[in-house]
Ligand binder design. Structure first.
Ligand SMILES: [Fe+2]
Length: 299
């Protein structure tokens, strides 16, 4: 796999702008799809919601997949845990991936449980060489099992370890390089964690290897006292849009997805957020083209 695959799939730059597909929006999405009136280019689904064989969700998924690309985004791979990988889960995920044929699938750089206890949280890992080796080996096994490359997402975090040996961005980048996998860069999570831990969000974005970024996530967060919490229940905040602009100026046009998981608004609100991401990307692209042509005129 390492020798034969290009680093960044074509879809990472060409797939466009999407939103997370949530059951509450199934009726309106199907209606818009039937009228060929979808404004988004693709959808992301939570893999686990579609891993039960048969039933309405899979029928709807098939219908939507026949019209636009669908990316699988999971929360149960438990990549960082010391528990063995869940082979039954991977079998189900492989079946779903065969059905959907996504451009890539993703999960989080985290651990979600140990000793078979699921903590229902996406917990950060200690940023150590030992943890890198552990996660790289597991990603290799997952990619071999699925016969696809995955993208790993940086999580928002509210704790850190005294054993940390490096920054979060060094940890994420090292794992992506050594495992030959992609990065799902969640700029809201970077912003939230930067605030909570006191690091520089811009430095994080500037250090990520561009050719590894398959996708970007955008979402809203909440302020709770002195902490920011990644609640996915607000529009994307202005500071996060600014960080997104910095990311795409550096990485270039990149598949972008708006997540909204609580207090979910009307579907049109999500499409408007995706439209805004598209506009910021277009503006960034035309700014750069303008700068190039003025440099050419000066030369
Ligand atoms: Fe995310």
């Amino acid at each position: 796999m390492r020798d034969s695959t290009p680093t960044r799939p074509d879809a990472a730059t060409s797939i466009g702008f999407g939103v997370g597909l949530r059951p509450v929006h199934f009726p309106v999405v199907l209606e818009r799809a039937a009228q060929r009136a979808l404004r988004v280019d693709w959808f992301e689904i939570i893999s686990e919601n579609f891993m039960i064989p048969g039933g309405r969700p899979l029928r709807i998924l098939d219908e939507i997949r026949s019209l636009v690309p669908v990316v699988l985004h999971g929360v149960s791979m438990n990549l960082g845990s010391s528990d063995p990988l869940d082979e039954q889960y991977l079998d189900g995920l492989a079946r779903l991936a065969e059905r959907v044929d996504p451009p890539w699938l993703s999960d989080h750089l985290c651990w979600t449980g140990v000793d078979s206890h699921n903590l229902h949280d996406l917990l950060p890992l200690p940023y150590t060489e030992d943890a890198i080796r552990h996660v790289v080996e597991r990603i290799g096994r997952v990619q071999d099992r699925l016969r696809r490359r995955i993208a790993i997402e940086n999580v928002s975090s509210y704790l850190s370890y005294t054993s940390d040996e490096m920054t979060e961005w060094e940890f994420l980048s090292a794992i992506a390089e050594r495992a030959d996998c992609g990065i799902l860069l969640d700029v809201n999570n970077i912003f939230v964690s930067a605030h909570n831990h006191g690091f520089d969000a811009a430095r994080y974005v500037d250090a990520i290897p561009s050719e590894r970024v398959f996708q970007i996530h955008l979402a809203g967060h909440s302020v709770q006292g002195s902490m920011l919490i990644d609640t996915h229940d607000h529009p994307v905040r202005a500071e996060v849009w600014a960080l997104y602009e910095r990311a795409i100026a550096r990485i270039g046009r990149t598949a972008t997805l708006v997540e909204w998981d609580d207090q979910i608004p009307e579907y049109d609100v999500l499409e408007a957020e995706a439209d805004l991401a598209r506009k910021k990307c277009d503006d960034s692209h035309s700014d750069r083209a303008q700068r190039r042509s003025s440099i050419g005129a000066d030369a």
